[in-house]
Design a protein around this ligand. Structure first.
Ligand code: PGA
Length: 256
């Protein structure tokens, strides 16, 4: 049985007092009604990791960061290392988010280096892939996603893959309010499993948790999460309020 995960990517939102408030609200909701079927991860900005880590210390919530640098340490002004996020309480890290690819020109090689470094530091990875609208319209979805998975996971062993969760996030669905239909998402998720079988090891694809991300909201979560190959969600906008994020967690509880 694959692990089910609902993860919240806070992106560049929340000052520390706001982050504490959101984490407290969520913790209280989950304490009252603990999810039985899924793990819940929150990924605040770097600056709020330590304070949020304190808030969720004795709860079932897990903490992730949104990025790391690809070297262990050194003269890299403005960057944050794997060890730093770990020491701030993070156990997870999002790597390869499309906003990193787009605004910070992260390519497959950079992403692969970050994934390897995260794993060396015993962090768990949420590795994001997804095509743009143009690519989808040109029927290139599988080429693009296949390529991202292949190069992003280059050199990764079946044992290491156990610490990687993949998030399929079509770029055209992120922050646009326009989600992939459950069928569109399901098709790509199933394809990613085939790619993993071909690239890493026979039958390994069915063991990997694959999340869908891109305009997941309380209103569409159930339909998406009910698909056989969708093991959870990576949520942006709708995770910034405890209420809507909690509703997505509940949708998972209903259909997982
Ligand atoms: P969104 O973001 O839910 O706001 O579309 C998802 C993501 O970028 O992970």
């Amino acid at each position: 049985m694959r692990k089910k995960i609902i993860a919240g990517n806070w992106k560049m939102h929340k000052t520390n007092p706001e982050a504490i408030r959101l984490a407290e609200q969520l913790r209280k909701k989950l304490e009252k009604n603990p999810p039985q079927k899924s793990k819940v991860i929150i990924c605040p900005p770097f600056t709020a990791l330590s304070v949020v880590s304190e808030v969720i210390k004795y709860s079932s919530l897990e903490l992730g960061a949104q990025n790391i640098f690809w070297e262990e340490e050194g003269a890299y002004t403005g960057e944050i290392s794997a060890k730093m996020i770990k020491s701030a309480g993070a156990r997870w890290v999002i790597i390869g988010h499309s906003e990193r690819r787009k605004y910070f020109k992260e390519d497959e090689n950079t992403i692969n280096k970050k994934i390897r470094l995260a794993l060396q530091n015993k962090l768990k990875v949420i590795f994001c892939v997804g095509e743009t609208l143009e690519e989808r319209e040109q029927n290139l979805t599988k080429d693009i996603v296949g390529n991202q998975v292949e190069w992003g996971l280059k050199g990764i062993t079946p044992a290491e893959l156990k610490n990687i969760v993949i998030a399929y996030e079509p770029v055209w669905a992120i922050g646009t309010g326009k989600n992939a239909t459950p069928e569109q998402a399901e098709e790509v998720h199933a394809f990613i499993r085939d790619i993993l079988d071909a690239l890493i090891e026979d039958n390994v694809g069915e063991t990997v948790t694959i999340l869908y991300g891109g305009s997941v909201k309380p209103e569409n979560a159930e339909g998406l999460l009910a698909q056989p190959d969708i093991d959870g969600a990576l949520v942006g906008g709708a995770c910034l309020k405890a209420d809507s994020f909690y509703k997505i967690i509940q949708a998972g509880e209903k259909v997982f």
